[in-house]
Design a protein around this ligand. Sequence first.
Ligand code: ADP
Length: 677
Amino acid sequence: MDAIKKMRLEDIVAGIPGGFFVYRADETEELIYANRIVLQLYDCGTYEEFQAFVGNSFRGMVHPEDLERVEKSIREQIVANHEKFDYVEYRIVPKGGGLRWVEDFGHLVENDVYGEIFFVFISDITDKIISSMEMQERHLKHIKDRELLHAFIQSTIYAYREVYIVDLEKNYGQMIYPDSLDEYETGDYTKILDRHFKEGILEKEGEESLREVLQPVSIKNALMHKNSVEYHYRKRKADGVMEWCTTTITVCERREGVPVMVVMCIRSVDSIVKREEQQKVILENALLNANQANEAKNIFLTNMSHDMRTPMNGIMGFCDLALRHVREPERVRDCLEKIKESSHILLGIIDNMLDMSRIETGQLSLERSENNLVQIMDDIHGLMKDGIEEKKLSYRLDMDGVVHEWIYCDLLRMHQILVNVVGNAVKFTGPGGSISITVGETPSLSSGIANYEFRVKDTGIGIAPEFRGRIFQPFERERTSTVSRTQGTGLGLAITKNIVDLMNGSIEVESEPGKGSEFIITLPFQIRKQSLKMGELLQMATETMKTDNLAGKRVLLVEDNELNREIAKTLLEEEGLVIEEAEDGDVAVEMVRNSNGKYDFVLMDIQMPHMNGYQATRAIRKLEDAKLSRIPIIAMSANALEEDKRESLRSGMDMHLAKPIEMDKVLAALEWMLFKN
Ligand code: ADP
């Protein structure tokens, strides 16, 4: 009977396209029928095979993990559904393995023979599920991306003052930031623009052109071939203050390539622009200063190179000449005189340079000793004599106003000031002109101090009023050396002014071009009150010593440069001194140690390969034999800075003389040492 029923059922469902099966709706869920497509779904060749595979029950057809959910869902649907239809999706595991998804349309019917049974239409929806799962995944990703985008927009939007979405077709704008309920902020785009520029833009043309470029048509044109445009402008705020704004317009939708929807972001860039402007000013100033300094330096280098080359050419030229006429003593003497003269000029230039660098680095310091003003002025005249005679200038010195001749000052710097100013007067006054110097003294409020005034007047070329303001600036000259044919670096007066300042004095100039100039220097000096003329005494003592005292004295000359050693040796021997040589500091220390006190002086170079002059001096000063350790040591160094001098004295030397060697100074130093000891 079952077979007949089955046949009849088979006949009924033969035309059903897809899987169809029947099972009992009781607990057994026993299978009653399954068509061929169901068998295929489960990879079974015969109904019996299928029955065995699924245990002849609906329960065996469903994936164990889905079974509970499926049975529950069917039950609930049948209860809730009047027509007793249900729909479930579940996984199945075919006999051949793998996993497939099916959908199951069930209908609970009452059958005379079987009682309550389920008619089920089943079909494979694996492909659909997979693609829908992919879709879902994609969807999820999309949502995630959108969330990210949203977060990004949220965080960047604060940088803007206002953000609108503008429909260029409909001329409609919607404010999306800040969330404003203000009716003006959303609606007619033209009105939004009106409102935005209500307070005005800085220049009228600016406003018109900006309104122009912000019209929908202009925006469309501007964004035809790019995604974003930006406009900068100044706009008046409600409080009347102007500010810099930037409006950025970005395409968010195109139709057939034409932008139809844009996002318009407006922000204030006032602080950025202001900062940039400040930086620009700073940079421009820095550039200007650098250019000015560079220009002054270039002019200076050109002058320097000219001014240094001139005496250097002299030295080299006369050396050649002397060598060529080495057998003509008169000629050689003449050459040597000229070489000496040029060397002095060169040394002067180098000294000036050094002084300037010392001033610039704040290293110039003053020393103080007792000096006689009459003597100082006499020295100056001595130094200027040749120039004065050569140009046949009249020279007059008036010191009637000086009450106290003895002052405490830095002699070297005093000489420098006066040599510069009087030297310029000689330099810039034509033949036959005159130079007059007046020195006066006025009492000062502080006791023991007097103010001195030096007036140096010439009848020379004078100084143009426009140059007078710059005359004390470094490297400034009214005419370059090539034009004026006068030597100089333009440093003299700058150095003079700095020294005068350092001495708490002042320097001024009065001048009339073509008629002459007058430099007025005032300087306060401590004056000597006591009549005991210490300096005079010292000078007298030195003078009385200036006999042939040095003849036969033994000098240890420490110097690593062979040429310098030879020059010094020759010159010193000419003065009757006996010279022994050491080519390095360590050699010198040994020679002194083994000298048995035969040396009277050591002349010590500073920079030497093995042991420098400072170290050698310290080593000598540490010798046990006092006769050896107290030997007078005089530094002769190319290091001419104040700091070098101090270092020499600190290391235990008695004196520091700068190279190149000036024999007069060396001899005076040796005499002084003899006298002192
Ligand atoms: P230098 O003499 O090396 O050029 P200075 O600093 O001493 O440098 O002087 C600067 C410039 O001032 C000179 O080049 C010159 O143009 C001008 N000057 C200085 N003193 C006089 C003077 N007595 N008469 C005319 N011009 C002067």
